[in-house]
Design a binder for this molecule. Structure first.
Ligand code: SF4
Length: 248
C-alpha cells in the first residue's frame, strides 16, 4: 500500500515553500491541510491581508499546480470562547475572556482539535510534511521520525531561502511586510508593531477588541502578560497625538 502524504499549511513562507519544493522535486503529496481560526462566525482570525492572500492568491495557485487543499475550521470561535463562562472553581460564573499567553485556549479548541479530528481519519503510516527550515535545529529534533518530515531540511532550505523561494513564485504573503510571524490578529503574543498595524489598517477589528475589553466580570482584564487592550489603545492614541503635535 502506498502511504498518504499530507502537508500542513498556514500559508506562511515555510509551509508554502515546502509545498513548492514537493512539486519541484516530484515528492509525493496527496493534500495540503489548513486550519482557519475564526474570530466569530463571519470574521477570520487571520490578519485580513493574509486571509486575502490565502483565498485570493495562494489557494488558486496551488490548486492550479494540482494540490488538493483541505480547509478545516472549528465550530468554536474566539468570541465564543471569550464570552463563555467559567463553570467551576473560584472564578465560576465569570467571563472567560482573553486567552493566556503560552496556554492559548483558542489554539487548543480552534486549531489543535480540528486537526486532531482530521488526523484520526488518516490511514496509519501517513507522512506529514512540516514546514521547519534547515536552520531551525531544535524544532527539527522534535519531529517524529519517519511520520513527520521536513522537506526544507531535506533540500537544505533555511528560513531565508524559503522566503526567497516563495517571493520568486509570487507566493509570499503580504504580512511579511510588517511582521515576521504568523498568527491570529488577536493573539496575546502579537508584537506591538503588529498591533499597531491592526490599529492603523483595521479599525473595525480594533473596535471589536475594545468592545470585548469593556465586558464586565471577566476572569482577567489583561490582553497579554502585562497590558489591557485599552492600555495599548491609549499608547497608540498618544503616539498619534505626539505625531500630530510634532507636525503642527
Ligand atoms: S496565533 Fe495566538 S491567538 Fe491564535 S491560536 Fe495561536 S497562540 Fe492562540
Amino acid at each position: 500500500m502506498t502511504e498518504k502524504h499530507i502537508a500542513s499549511v498556514s500559508f506562511g513562507k515555510d509551509s508554502l515553500a515546502t509545498i513548492l519544493l514537493a512539486k519541484e522535486h516530484g515528492e509525493p503529496l496527496d493534500e495540503a491541510v489548513y486550519c482557519e481560526v475564526m474570530f466569530d462566525k463571519d470574521i477570520s482570525g487571520e490578519v485580513p491581508e493574509h486571509r486575502d492572500f490565502i483565498y485570493g492568491t495562494a489557494i488558486p495557485a496551488l490548486e492550479q499546480m494540482g494540490v488538493k487543499i483541505i480547509v478545516l475550521r472549528s465550530e468554536k470561535t474566539y468570541v465564543e470562547l471569550f464570552t463563555g463562562r467559567v463553570t467551576r472553581g473560584p472564578k465560576k460564573g465569570m467571563v472567560r475572556s482573553f486567552p493566556l499567553c503560552g496556554k492559548c485556549a483558542v489554539q487548543r479548541d480552534c486549531k489543535i482539535r480540528p486537526i486532531q479530528r482530521y488526523q484520526k481519519g488518516l490511514p496509519p503510516g501517513t507522512v506529514q510534511y512540516i514546514g521547519i527550515a534547515h536552520d531551525e535545529t531544535e524544532r527539527l529534533l522534535r519531529l517524529e521520525g519517519g511520520r513527520q518530515v521536513s522537506l526544507l531540511a531535506k533540500y537544505n532550505f533555511t528560513e531565508k531561502d524559503a522566503r526567497e523561494f516563495c517571493r520568486k513564485a509570487g507566493l509570499l504573503s503580504p504580512v511579511y511586510a510588517f511582521t515576521d510571524r504568523g498568527g491570529c490578529w488577536f493573539c496575546p503574543n502579537a508584537k506591538l508593531s503588529e498591533l499597531r498595524h491592526l490599529y492603523d489598517h483595521h479599525p473595525d477589528l480594533w473596535a471589536r477588541m475594545m468592545e470585548l475589553q469593556a465586558i464586565p466580570g471577566k476572569t482577567t482584564e489583561k490582553f497579554n502578560r502585562t497590558q489591557k487592550f485599552s492600555d495599548i489603545d491609549a499608547i497608540f492614541r498618544q503616539e498619534d497625538e505626539d505625531t500630530a503635535q510634532a507636525a503642527a
